[in-house]
Design a protein around this ligand. Structure first.
Ligand SMILES: [Zn+2]
Length: 240
C-alpha cells in the first residue's frame, strides 16, 4: 500500500516489546499503522525462566515456546514480528544482521522507532539492541550504504522503559496515554506464560505512569500510560 505508514520496534528478546511498548504498538496498529517488530533473540538463555523450570527442557524447545508466545502477543497487539535468532547472553550482531536491519529501515521508512535505552546493568543484551538500532538507522540514511530502497530520512527514536529505570538512567520524557488499548496490552502480557511473574509488575507500572500523565496535564480519563525517552531532539514550531 503506497500510503501505508509504518512503525519499527526493535526488541532484544521475545517479550521485551510486550512489557515496555505493548500499549504504543496496539495504539498505532489500531490507528492503521503497520507495526513491524524485530526480535533480535528469543531470550532463550536469559529471559525464559518459566520454561527452564519444566523438566527435560532443551534450548530448541525454549526457542520454540518463546517464538510461539511472542508471535501470539504481537498478533494480539496487531503487529507483525520477525526473529533474527542472534542468540542471547550475548546477542551476537553479525554483518548479515546489520545489513538486514538497514534493509528493514529502507523498506519501512518508519514514522518512528522504538527500542531499548542506552544502559542496562541487569541485561547487557538490551544496550546491544539500542546500539544496533541507532547504528543501522544512521547507515540506512547514508547514500553510499549498499542496500535496496531509498535512503532513510530522520525518524524519531523513542527508548521504552526498562525494568529498573533508575539504574538504567532512564528518565520519562513522554507519557503516552494507552488507556484505550490497555485490555490488549494486558492480554498480550498474559500470553507470555514463561514470564508470568511480570504481569502484575507491568500492570502496576502502567497504572502509575497513567496517574503521572494526569498529574502532568493529561486528560483526567487517562488510566494507563507508557513512558519513553527521546534520543534526538523534537523539532517543532510551538512550545505549548
Ligand atoms: Zn530483554
Amino acid at each position: 500500500m503506497p500510503d501505508q505508514k509504518n512503525i519499527l520496534v526493535v526488541s532484544a528478546h521475545a517479550a521485551d516489546f510486550v512489557w515496555r511498548a505493548g500499549g504504543a504498538i496496539a495504539l498505532y496498529a489500531q490507528r492503521g499503522y503497520r507495526v513491524r517488530i524485530l526480535c533480535l533473540s528469543y531470550g532463550e538463555r536469559g529471559e525464559s525462566q518459566g520454561s527452564w523450570k519444566q523438566p527435560g527442557m532443551t534450548i530448541d524447545r525454549v526457542k520454540e515456546i518463546r517464538q510461539t508466545e511472542s508471535t501470539r502477543a504481537a498478533g494480539i497487539l496487531g503487529a507483525d514480528v520477525s526473529f533474527f535468532d542472534c542468540g542471547d547472553y550475548p546477542i551476537v550482531i553479525t554483518q548479515a544482521v546489520i545489513d538486514e536491519m538497514v534493509k528493514e529501515y529502507r523498506e519501512l521508512q518508519p514514522e518512528f522507532v522504538l527500542t531499548h535505552p542506552y544502559l542496562d546493568p541487569y541485561n547487557p543484551d538490551h544496550p546491544t539492541a539500542n546500539q544496533v538500532t541507532l547504528q543501522t538507522r544512521v547507515y540506512a540514511q547514508a547514500l553510499g550504504y549498499p542496500a535496496p530502497g531509498k535512503p532513510l530520512e530522520a525518524p524519531p527514536v523513542f527508548m521504552f522503559e526498562p525494568h529498573q529505570p533508575e539504574q538504567c538512567e532512564f528518565k520519562p520524557e513522554v507519557l503516552l496515554d494507552i488507556t484505550p488499548v490497555w485490555d490488549m496490552k494486558q492480554k498480550a502480557m498474559e500470553s507470555m506464560e514463561a514470564q508470568g511473574h511480570l504481569w502484575k509488575y507491568y500492570t502496576d507500572l502502567g497504572s502509575r505512569r497513567g496517574t503521572q500523565a494526569v498529574r502532568n496535564g493529561g486528560h483526567k480519563s487517562i488510566k494507563y500510560a507508557e513512558a519513553f525517552q527521546r534520543v534526538y531532539p523534537q523539532v517543532t514550531d510551538q512550545l505549548t
